[in-house]
Design a protein. Sequence first.
Length: 227
Amino acid sequence: MRDHPPLIAMIHAVPTSARIARDAFAQEFPEVRLWNLLDDRLLDDARAAGGLDTHLRRRMLRLIEHAVEGGAQGVLLTCSSYGDVVDAARARWTVPVLKPDESMFHAALTGPYDRFAVAASTPPAVSAALAQLDALSARLRPGRPVRIAAALSEPAATAATPRDTARHLSDALRTCGADDVQAVLLAQYSLAPAGPALSELLGLPVLDGAVAAARELRGALLPQTSA
């Protein structure tokens, strides 16, 4: 393991996601080597297209292919808007390819919560998160229904500080009727720094996907690299 640490490629749409994911790996999987791939037009182009079109899906698949051909033993997408491209990637390549928040959603749905709120600052991230939660909920807990509220705060994307971001998200959560939820799930890595302040404002657990993804990749890769 020490001689050949695994290489994980992370594909980002915004530079801040690289730092957030790096910090999560430093905490959960410090042995890993990280490779950051940034396409800072991904999010703007998805907004302009009103979601993911065929061209944008192919573009993300080309980025994943570049990572795999470059020797990555795992790939993590940190942009929630592109998460559903992972299903196509898994059909093409055998290396682990993770959606940004899938590990977090899995942990939340198998935990004690029955009422969640998803918080985001871009519309594609909301739709992607709800689609994943619906699919996972049907598979993981078919006899235990879950209620999910969605809160969108586009001003949170440009807030000056994490506490300002938290205030915007808190306002959006209250506006959407999420007063009785048991936990809040942040649908974007870029919102993770606001998590502690948002938890303080709401008095609720606030979860983000970066640490959960690092844990899952550690579990997937360490058995392969320790032999």
